[in-house]
Design a protein around this ligand. Structure first.
Ligand code: SAM
Length: 287
């Protein structure tokens, strides 16, 4: 046992587990999972295998999106009585597109200790290797499953200047990429990070339109788990144009030369041609 976790103090331990490669668990996570009184897990059958792999016999109980409210009070009561409880999810960091927010908030409201035991999360893992700007980023989790809602959702993010990070499932990866291309523009740079830390790990970047074709052309690239990262809207000289004006310009740039697009965008919107031209230049340079 390292770093004084031999006798754990009472509290809620938020423990990150691997997203594929089991060697990504931390020494401290193994220690804490072995030392707590019980572990609240999203799927106990799945987590039992993880515990078995590390030779741990700590009792598991289920905490998932359907019972989180019902079981949280009971868990906090145990902590009040001096017990230590760990929260884990099926993969990665709990609460990151996973259950636990209600429990953690309730623990804070009741002035009970919440102790993070950090480790991997697919979003940060993907961001670290994507080659897109990391100084500002927005974690968006899963886009809506329904097409209309998803299109509106991407439209609302069109002018975001930080790198956008999405989770997506294999069922919707193509549809989602298509909707991203129409909302953010075919030329916007993006990266697909698939099956991170696993055998078929793939990190592939390019224009959104090219990524749609690339995934469509290869059935293997449609399997597994995905993080999609999209370059933020280039910030240079964007202030004079509204989000709608930008969309007009981006759409026209897909088909026309810079000059033609600027001129037509100006006729459509009434905004000066020069403004569009400069913006188009900045966009081309940044992408
Ligand atoms: N809590 C997890 C975390 O910290 O990343 C995420 C849980 S969320 C329910 C599951 C989604 O995360 C997957 O659908 C996928 O979008 C992403 N994900 C998880 N593991 C991944 C991996 N190995 N490679 C790529 N994406 C992954």
């Amino acid at each position: 046992m390292k770093d004084g976790t031999a006798s754990l103090s009472a509290g809620l331990y938020i423990v990150a587990t691997p997203i594929g490669n089991l060697e990504d668990i931390t020494y401290r996570a193994v220690d804490v999972l072995g030392a707590v009184d019980s572990i609240a897990a999203e799927d106990t059958r799945h987590s039992r295998k993880l515990l078995q792999h590390f030779g741990l016999k700590t009792p598991l109980l289920a905490l998932h999106e359907h019972n989180e409210k019902a079981v949280s009070e009971g868990l906090l009561e145990k902590i009040r009585q001096g017990r230590s409880i760990a929260l884990i999810s099926d993969a990665g960091t709990p609460l990151m597109s996973d259950p636990g927010f209600y429990l953690v908030r309730l623990a804070h409201e009741n002035a009970l200790p919440v102790i993070p035991v950090p480790g991997v999360s697919a979003a940060i893992c993907a961001l670290s290797a994507a080659g897109l700007p990391t100084d500002r980023f927005v974690f968006e989790g899963f886009p809506p499953a329904k097409k209309t809602a998803r299109k509106h959702y991407f439209d609302d993010l069109q002018a975001e200047t930080g790198t956008l990070i999405f989770y997506e499932s294999s069922h919707r990866i193509i549809a989602s990429l298509e909707d991203m291309a129409s909302a953010f523009g075919a030329d916007r740079q993006a990266v697909i990070a698939r099956e991170l830390t696993k055998t078929f790990e793939t990190i592939h970047g390019g224009r959104l339109a090219d990524l749609v074709d690339w995934v469509q052309a290869d059935k293997n690239q449609q399997k597994g788990e995905f993080v999609v990262l999209v370059h933020g809207m280039p910030a240079a000289s964007s202030s004079e144009l509204s989000v709608e004006d930008e969309k007009v310009l981006l759409t026209l740039l897909e088909e026309l030369s810079l000059k033609q697009a600027a001129s037509l965008a100006s006729r459509i919107t009434g905004v000066g041609r020069r403004v569009f031209y400069e913006r188009a230049l900045a966009l081309k340079e940044a992408l």
